[in-house]
Design a protein around this ligand. Structure first.
Ligand SMILES: NC(=O)c1ccc[n+]([C@@H]2O[C@H](COP(=O)([O-])OP(=O)(O)OC[C@H]3O[C@@H](n4cnc5c(N)ncnc54)[C@H](O)[C@@H]3O)[C@@H](O)[C@H]2O)c1
Ligand SMILES: N[C@H](CO)Cc1c[nH]c[nH+]1
Ligand SMILES: [Zn+2]
Length: 434
C-alpha cells in the first residue's frame, strides 16, 4: 500500500474557486532570520572579498581552501570531465545540447530601424550582456541539464564572458555538470556556492569577476541573495517548486499519467502535480496507478509528501472547463493528453510550457526536446515567460533626427516641455526649429 491520499475536487462544486485557491496557495514566507544571515554574508564578501568567500566555503561546504587560486575549476578540468564521460552519457548530453542550441537560435532578437518621410530614423539596437554569472546548485543534487538550459541561450545571445559557480561539498565535483559546462561554452568556473557565490558574482572579488546578471536556481540562501543583489545586477527569476498540470480526456494509459505526475512531484515535497479530467472513471484509474506505482519509486517519500499535501485530481463537466481552470492555475508545465491538443491549446492563455498530445511527456522537455526548462512557477506565467536568449540581450533605443524632423518634433516637444515647466527642455528643442 502506498499510503498516499490525494485530494479530489469537482469544478461544479459551489466552493470550487476557494478550494482551488487553497490548493495553489504557496507560502514562501520570507524568513527574516535567513534574510539577516544572507545580508551579513553579502556585506562580508563585499568588504573582504576572497577571504570571506574562502571562509564561508570552508565552513558550509567542508573544504580546506587556503588560497583563492584554489577556487577556480580550470578549463582543463572541465574538458577532462567531458572527455572521460562514458559514451552513452556523452551522446545524450551532446544531443540535448544541440537541440537546446537549435531552439535557442530561433529566439534571437535582432536590431531594427525604420525611416520616416522627413528622413528621421528610429530604431532599436540589440546588445548581448557583457558578462553573466550562472549559479548551478550543488548541495543535495546536481542538475547538468540546468547547466545546458542556462548556459546555451547565454552563449547564443553572444554573452562575452559566462562565469559558472557550483558548490562542491567536501571537494567532490559532479563530472556531468563539469562536462555540460564544457560543451555549453562556460568560460570560467568556480567551486563556490550559496549566498557567498552570489555576492562574489554581484560585487566581484580579486579572483571572481563581477557580472552584469546572475541566473540559475538554488536553495533559500541563493534565492534570498539573488533577491537582495537585484539592482546591483540583473537576475532571471526566483523559481518556486516544480509544477505539472495534466488535462486528459480519459484515453491515455493511466500509468503514463501517474508517472507524469510523479516526474515533477519527485523534485520536491512542495512540488505540485494536478490532474484534470472529464472522465471520473479515468481519475479513479490514475489514482489506482498512483497506489500501484509509488512503492516502485526511488523517491517515493518525496512523491508521497508532494501528492498528499499539494496534489489533486479534479473532475470537470467538459474539457472547456478544464482550460478555464488551467488558465487560473497558470502552471509551469501543462500536458494536454487529449485527442485534439491543438483545439485545447488555442484556449490556453497562461502556462510556462505546453506539452501537446499523449506522446509528449513533460520529462522530454526537462532534458532534450529543445525549449528551456527554466519556466515561470507559482502562477507567474500570467506575466512572465521561459528563460531564453532574449534574457541575455538588451535593447537600446536609437533616434536620428533629420533637420526637418527636428523642426516638426521640436514644436511638439516645446509645447509639452513648457506644459511641464521644464524650460531647458523647451529651449533645447526650440534651438533646432528652423
Ligand atoms: N526550478 C529549477 O529549474 C531547479 C533546477 C535545479 C534545482 N532547483 C532547486 O535548487 C535547490 C538546490 O538546493 P541545494 O541546497 O541542493 O544546493 P545549492 O547549491 O542551492 O545550495 C548549497 C549551498 O547552500 C549554502 N548553505 C547551506 N547551508 C547553509 C547555512 N546554514 N547558512 C548559509 N548558507 C548555507 C552553502 O553555501 C552551500 O554551498 C533545490 O531547492 C532545488 O529544488 C530548481
Ligand atoms: N523540471 C525542472 C524544472 O521545473 C527541471 C529539471 C531538471 N532536471 C529534471 N527536471
Ligand atoms: Zn523535472
Amino acid at each position: 500500500m502506498s499510503n498516499v491520499t490525494i485530494k479530489h475536487l469537482n469544478a461544479s462544486d459551489a466552493n470550487f474557486s476557494q478550494q482551488l485557491k487553497d490548493l495553489l496557495a504557496w507560502d514562501e514566507s520570507d524568513d527574516l532570520d535567513i534574510q539577516q544571515r544572507v545580508l551579513a554574508i553579502l556585506a562580508d564578501v563585499r568588504s573582504n572579498g576572497d577571504a570571506a568567500v574562502i571562509n564561508y566555503t570552508n565552513r558550509f561546504d567542508h573544504r580546506a581552501i587556503a588560497d583563492a587560486s584554489e577556487l577556480e575549476l580550470p578549463k582543463a578540468t572541465l574538458q577532462a570531465a567531458w572527455e572521460n564521460l562514458p559514451a552513452e552519457q556523452a551522446h545524450a548530453l551532446q544531443t540535448a545540447a544541440d537541440r537546446v542550441r537549435t531552439y535557442a537560435e530561433h529566439q534571437k532578437i535582432a536590431s531594427w530601424q525604420y525611416e520616416e518621410a522627413d528622413g528621421t530614423v528610429l530604431g532599436q539596437k540589440i546588445t548581448p550582456l557583457d558578462s553573466v554569472g550562472l549559479y548551478v546548485p550543488g548541495g543535495k543534487a546536481a542538475y547538468p541539464s540546468s547547466v545546458l538550459m542556462n548556459a546555451i541561450p547565454a552563449k547564443v545571445a553572444g554573452v562575452g564572458e559566462l562565469i559558472m559557480v557550483v558548490p562542491t561539498p567536501n571537494g567532490e565535483t559532479n563530472e556531468l555538470v563539469l562536462a555540460a559546462a564544457y560543451i555549453a561554452g562556460v568560460d570560467r568556473a568556480f567551486s563556490i556556492g550559496g549566498a557567498q557565490a552570489v555576492a562574489a558574482l554581484a560585487y566581484g572579488t580579486a579572483t571572481i569577476p563581477a557580472v552584469a546578471k546572475i541566473v540559475g536556481p538554488g536553495n533559500i540562501y541563493v534565492a534570498t541573495a539573488k533577491k537582495l543583489v537585484f539592482g546591483q545586477v540583473g537576475i532571471d527569476m526566483i523559481a518556486g517548486p516544480s509544477e505539472i498540470l495534466v488535462i486528459c480526456d480519459g484515453k491515455t494509459n493511466p500509468d503514463w499519467i501517474a508517472m507524469d505526475l510523479f516526474s515533477q512531484a519527485e523534485h520536491d515535497e512542495n512540488a505540485q502535480a494536478i490532474l484534470i479530467s472529464d472522465d471520473g472513471d479515468f481519475l479513479a484509474a490514475v489514482e489506482q496507478s498512483i497506489h500501484t506505482l509509488l512503492p516502485t519509486m526511488e523517491r517515493a517519500d518525496i512523491i508521497r509528501a508532494s501528492l498528499s499535501t499539494r496534489g489533486a485530481l479534479i473532475k470537470v463537466d467538459n474539457l472547456d472547463v478544464a482550460t478555464d481552470v488551467a488558465n487560473v492555475i497558470a502552471p509551469e508545465h501543462l500536458e494536454l493528453s487529449v485527442a485534439d491538443p491543438e483545439a485545447l491549446c488555442a484556449k490556453i492563455r497562461h502556462a510556462g510550457a505546453i506539452f501537446m498530445g499523449r506522446y509528449t511527456a513533460e520529462a522530454l522537455g526537462d532534458y532534450c526536446a529543445g525549449p528551456n526548462h527554466v519556466l515561470p512557477t507559482s502562477s507567474t506565467a500570467r506575466f512572465s515567460s521561459p528563460l531564453g536568449v532574449y534574457d541575455f540581450q538588451k535593447r537600446t533605443s536609437l533616434i536620428n533626427c533629420s533637420a526637418a524632423g527636428a523642426d516638426s518634433l521640436g514644436k511638439i516637444a516645446s509645447v509639452l516641455a513648457r506644459g511641464e515647466s521644464l524650460t531647458a527642455h523647451a529651449r533645447s528643442a526650440e534651438y533646432r526649429i528652423k
